[in-house]
Design a protein around this ligand. Structure first.
Ligand SMILES: Nc1ncnc2c1ncn2[C@@H]1O[C@H](COP(=O)(O)OP(=O)(O)O)[C@@H](O)[C@H]1O
Ligand SMILES: [Mg+2]
Length: 410
């Protein structure tokens, strides 16, 4: 084999992980610390399916990264162990974020049940009602309990697709020997209030809450992962507590903590380091933030991009804490350069508020004594992110911009 530009990396690279799979978000761990209460509660409710009875419907609530999906997948695996050939019950998992129309929800459920190719539900072409009655006919006399898990169920509401719950909840009225029970998973505690009354009354059942993880709980979760993922003594203790403290700050999100650990390990491996240290976590944090913030900027509406550019232009001309008026002046000249319509100062004030809630800028009210109160705006993103934003077509177009204060009055 000849030499290659990759040799230097391959040589430098040290493998410190024994099983990287374990750190992927798709991995379902066998041990879920601090979720025993939720697991037992859900398992005890759906256990009646093993006796052929219909379990109550369940709503699971909790913020992102609190283990809802992991727990419900784990329960599905355990149920399968208790009923190996799916004689008594069938567990059906649907992610409504991906499967996002009422038709595709039914299509997905139906095709997890229907085995004969000739009876499969087509991807398009049928009415919603036809798919529904096909499923009813198919399962009607199977004498089985179907447990349908609808993950990210609140996403369907945003898309006005909540009729499907109503249909699924009333399906039992049309069934003879089979039964369907529903488990909805929502990030939004107010999910029930968002439902149409007719769906709400049918969907009601038990609620199970997944609270955010504390720092200590996240440490336990990470420690279990570390055992499976890495060789011994590769992860320094401070790394676990550091990742856990950041996860705890971000709404007790286990995904944040695990991602951070994974990225830190990737960085250590790439550097050829033998241990993962706090410094690796710090650079992991920066690189994850970089991706998240850059993505947030990339997807801003054009007018908001202009407002952000106006803030950056102020900072670059030496005005690092500015008023709404300063932003507005810069914004107006930017609009002039592009030839786009100029929004009112009030509307720009709203957009400034939105950029503030995204964390890209900070807009705080300051009092100036008798002069009254005014908003002071500061830029919150680092140099690297600004440089990256400068590659954006809008920004590139404005390269020849001159700040109002630099323009000479004639
Ligand atoms: N108690 C736990 N023990 C081990 N891993 C967990 C636990 N809770 C969450 N995780 C892991 O954290 C990540 C996010 O969890 P997930 O179930 O997707 O959260 P949610 O569905 O609530 O947003 C996943 O990788 C999951 O495996
Ligand atoms: Mg989830």
């Amino acid at each position: 084999m000849g030499s290659s530009i990759f040799d230097q990396y391959v040589e430098k690279r040290k493998n410190i992980t024994k099983n990287k799979q374990v750190l992927l978000t798709t991995y379902v761990p066998n041990i879920l610390p601090h979720r025993t209460a939720q697991i037992e509660r859900i398992a005890s409710i759906i256990s009646s399916a093993l006796n052929g009875d219909k379990p109550s419907n369940i709503m699971v609530y909790g913020k992102t990264g609190t283990g809802k999906t992991a727990v419900l997948n784990y329960i599905g695996k355990e149920l399968r162990k208790a009923d190996e050939n799916e004689e008594k019950c069938k567990y059906i998992y649907v992610n409504c974020e991906i499967v996002d129309t009422p038709y595709s929800v039914l299509f997905n459920i139906g095709n997890q049940i229907i085995v004969e190719d000739s009876r499969r539900i087509p991807f398009t072409g049928w009415s919603f009602e036809k798919v529904y009655s096909e499923i009813v006919n198919y399962i009607n006399n199977m004498n089985k309990v179907f447990i349908v898990v609808l993950d990210e169920i609140d996403k369907l509401i945003d898309r006005k697709g909540d009729d499907v719950f109503y249909y699924l909840a009333k399906i039992n009225e049309n069934l003879e020997s089979s039964k369907v029970s529903l488990i909805g998973i929502s990030n939004n505690m107010k999910f029930m209030e968002l439902l149409e009354p007719k769906a709400k009354s049918r969907l009601g059942g038990e609620s199970v809450i997944f609270p955010p993880y504390s720092k200590d709980e996240l440490e336990d979760i990470l420690r279990e992962r570390v055992k499976e993922a890495f060789d011994e003594n590769v992860i320094e203790d401070s790394v676990i507590s550091y990742c856990a403290s950041i996860g705890a700050k971000v709404d007790g999100d286990a995904r944040v903590a695990i991602d951070l650990l994974k990225t830190a390990a990737d960085i250590a491996e790439r550097n050829g380091d033998e241990k993962v240290q706090e410094a690796h976590v710090k650079s992991a944090k920066n690189s994850i933030e970089f991706d998240i913030v850059s993505e947030a900027i990339k997807t801003l509406p054009p007018q908001s991009k202009l407002v952000l550019i106006a803030v950056i232009k102020n900072v670059e001309s030496g005005n690092s804490s500015m008023t709404t008026g300063d932003v507005y002046k810069a914004y107006q000249s930017l609009c002039g350069m592009i030839g786009t319509s100029v929004l009112s100062q009030r509307r720009i004030g709203d957009l400034i508020g939105e950029l503030d809630s995204l964390g890209l800028i900070t807009a705080s009210i300051r009092s100036f004594g008798r002069a009254g109160r005014s908003r002071i705006i500061e830029l919150n993103i680092n140099k690297m992110i600004i440089e990256n934003f400068k590659q954006d077509p809008t920004f590139k177009f404005l390269e020849s911009y001159r700040h109002p204060s630099q323009m000479r009055l004639v």
